[in-house]
Design a protein. Structure first.
Length: 400
């Protein structure tokens, strides 16, 4: 592998923190958005809200996997494969297990209360929830009973992808492959490969394997997210690709905005003369797929480009957020659901209620992390490194 100078790449930290911030707002929106299922729903739902949420749900999770692939590549420069597997297991799998057994339990408890399916205390529910042989709520059980990961599916998928990719690097010799890619793979060609790969995944798997986040039956999401994760790993090792993204960030953003507008026009029926043939005409379906895939990559790369061009300096808030982002991610959805359920009987207007939920969630995450970072055991359970070691390099790119 290439010998990279190891230092912090702050633009990635900025972008990751900002995307996780969007995720918190997105999950608050899921409580109010019309027609999209979630764990609990407000009595006041909005169809208009879909327009804003569609802006990010095309690329938000993919961008996190892409950044994770970049970070893995940089970490792999300074750590051996098996050492890195151990580190990723401690960082991802341990918090996943703890989250499933402890953090997620109130979410499912409140969801079942809201649906009128249980009346028991939380302690009684939790004892049944962690028992793989429970008979409670049989219709909601899987092979491991009621135990679930809800929004923590990202940790499960990321851990598996890290293991698979790290093992692959032991099988496939990377040095000669990278040498070829550096000389033969232009930025335009790389973007074409990325779009075509996603298009093949979209065309072949999207309808047959709708999203489940269940790991073993979620082949469309695996095709999309693992390919993005792998490309993030390669992107990190080919510096000319990021330099090109930074130079072309304005063009990428223009394409992204056009893609978003087309998606909105289609959603509101303005392209019905075209969309009515989606199920019967392979060319129409292919055009839809290309719009989705180009929009997907344009947003991700535009945001990578803008962050690399403008978000290059750290500050105390970013240093805090970089360490706190995983505990905040683990805690936020439980806090949203607890607060929303508690406020429901008061019938507050959605505008005021949503502000209260956001404030409660932010304060809960903040105080939760303040407790976590002071306790060694909790640091392990929430994936926090007490030394906050850095793995990513800082590289200067031309920004004109």
């Amino acid at each position: 592998m290439t010998n990279l100078q190891l230092a912090r790449q702050w633009d990635l930290d900025w972008l990751r923190v900002l995307v996780f911030g969007v995720l918190i707002l997105y999950h608050v929106g899921m409580y109010y958005v019309a027609d999209w299922g979630w764990h609990i729903k407000s009595a006041h739902t909005s169809e208009l809200l879909q327009n804003f949420m569609l802006l990010s749900n095309q690329w938000r999770m993919s961008l996190l996997f892409f950044i994770s692939g970049i970070v893995l590549a940089f970490c792999h420069q300074r750590m051996g494969t098996w050492q890195l597997i151990k580190a990723k297991t401690l960082r991802l799998f341990v918090p996943l297990l703890f989250g499933m057994y402890v953090v997620i339990a109130p979410q499912m408890y409140i969801e079942m209360l809201d649906k009128g399916l249980i009346t028991m205390s939380f302690l009684d529910f939790w004892l049944a929830y962690i028992n793989p042989n429970t008979s409670l709520l049989a219709q909601y059980q899987t092979e491991i009973g009621l135990l679930t990961w809800n929004h923590l599916w990202f940790l499960a998928y990321l851990w598996v992808y890290c293991l698979v990719l790290l093992v692959l690097t032991q099988i496939v010799p990377l040095r000669p492959l990278l040498a070829v890619l550096k000389t033969k793979l232009s930025a335009a060609m790389a973007l074409g490969v990325a779009i075509v790969t996603l298009f093949v995944v979209w065309f072949m798997l999207r309808q047959t394997y709708p999203s489940t986040h269940g790991l073993f039956d979620d082949w469309y999401n695996h095709g999309k997210y693992f390919s993005v994760f792998l490309m993030g790993y390669i992107f990190a090792l080919l510096s000319h690709l990021k330099a090109s993204v930074v130079r072309n960030r304005h063009r990428l953003m223009a394409v992204a905005l056009i893609g978003y507008m087309l998606i909105l026009l289609d959603k509101h029926g303005f392209l019905y003369f075209f969309s009515q043939h989606f199920e019967t005409n392979i060319w129409v379906r292919s055009i839809y797929g290309m719009v989705v895939c180009i929009n997907h990559w344009a947003w991700m790369l535009a945001l990578i480009g803008y962050s690399a061009a403008h978000l290059t300096s750290p500050n105390p808030q970013l240093r805090y957020a970089t360490t706190a982002v995983l505990p905040w991610y683990m805690l936020h959805q439980t806090l949203i659901i607890v607060c929303a359920y508690w406020l429901k009987p008061f019938e507050i207007s959605p505008g005021i209620e949503s502000v209260v939920i956001i404030a409660f969630t932010a304060l809960g995450c903040y105080w939760g992390f303040e407790v976590i970072k002071r306790n060694r055991a909790l640091c392990v359970l929430f994936g926090v490194s007490q030394q906050d070691k850095t793995c990513t390099p800082k590289t200067k790119y031309q920004t004109v």
